[in-house]
Design a protein around this ligand. Sequence first.
Ligand code: AMP
Length: 298
Amino acid sequence: MKPKIIRTIAELRHEINHYRLNAGTIKSTVGFVPTMGYLHEGHASLLRRSAADNGLTVLSIFVNPLQFGPNEDLDKYPRDEEHDIRIASQAGTDLIFIPEVKEMYPQRNVTEVTVEEITDRLCGSSRPGHFNGVATVVTKLFNIVQPNRAYFGLKDAQQIAVISRMVRDLNIPVEIVPCPTIRENDGLALSSRNVFLGQEERRQALVLSRTLSKVTDWIAGGMTAPQLIAQIAEEIRREPLADIDYADVLNYPDLSLLPSQLPLQQASGSLIIALAVRFGKTRLIDNRLLIPVEVGEY
Ligand code: AMP
C-alpha cells in the first residue's frame, strides 16, 4: 500500500493515535526511522526491519538545520521527495512525515538536549554542536511519534551511542535498534552524500572500507592504539585526494580512550575504529566495530 504523506505534527499524532486505538493487540507496536531523506538501500534496510518488527512503520524526512555547522552543507544537502516516497513505499513504510523547518521549529529553540563525554571525540569534536542538534531533534521526534522502537544505522555508530545513552539517561520509553551498515558491492558505505563524489574521488574513497578490512590483521600483529592509528593514517594517505578529518580507535559504546601501551588484542570490551575523510568537498565517515567473539562481530 502507498504510504501516507504527512506534513504537520498534529496530523501525524492523529494518524498514530488512530492506529493505536484500532490495531488490537497483535503487533500493535510503532517502529520509527528518522532520516534526512535522499533515501538509499541503507535507509530501506532500516524501514524493512521496522516493517518486519512492528504493525506501523513511520519514516521521517527532515534535514535538521540544528545539526549543521555554519560552514557545512545544509543548503546543498541532496533532496528528492518523489524518489524517497518510491523507496519508502517499496520498503513497507506506512506513514512518511515530511515537516517544513517552521513546523519543527516555529520559534527559536531555547531548550536543547546535550549529551556529554560520548560527544567529546570523533564527529563530536570535528563538528561542534552537531550532536546537540541530533539529540534535540531526535527527542522532539520521539515525543511526536512516541514509537516503541527506533531504528538507526551503525554507519553512524557514534550517533547510536549518543542516542542510546540519552534514552537511558532521560528514561525515554523507546527501544533503540542498531542495524548493520549497508555497502555497495565494492565496499563503499552507502551515504546520501556519495552523489557528490566525482569519479576519481569515488574510486579513491574505497580506501575507507579497504583499510577497515585490514585492521583485524594489524591488531592480531600486536599493535597498540597509537600504532594502529598511525598505520591507518599511512594507508589512507596513499590516496592523494584523501584528506583525513579523523582516524581513531576507541572503546565502544562509551568512546573512551584506550591505554596507549595496551596491545589492542588484550582490550576486554568492544572497540570502534572510526574514520572521517574528505574527498574534495565531500566528507565521508565509516567505521568498524570489533565485538568480543562470544557476541560476534557486526
Ligand atoms: P541520514 O539520512 O544519513 O541521516 O541517515 C538516517 C539513518 O539511516 C541513520 O540511522 C543512519 O545511520 C542510517 N544509514 C545511513 N547510511 C546507512 C547505511 N549505509 N547503512 C545502514 N544505515 C544507514
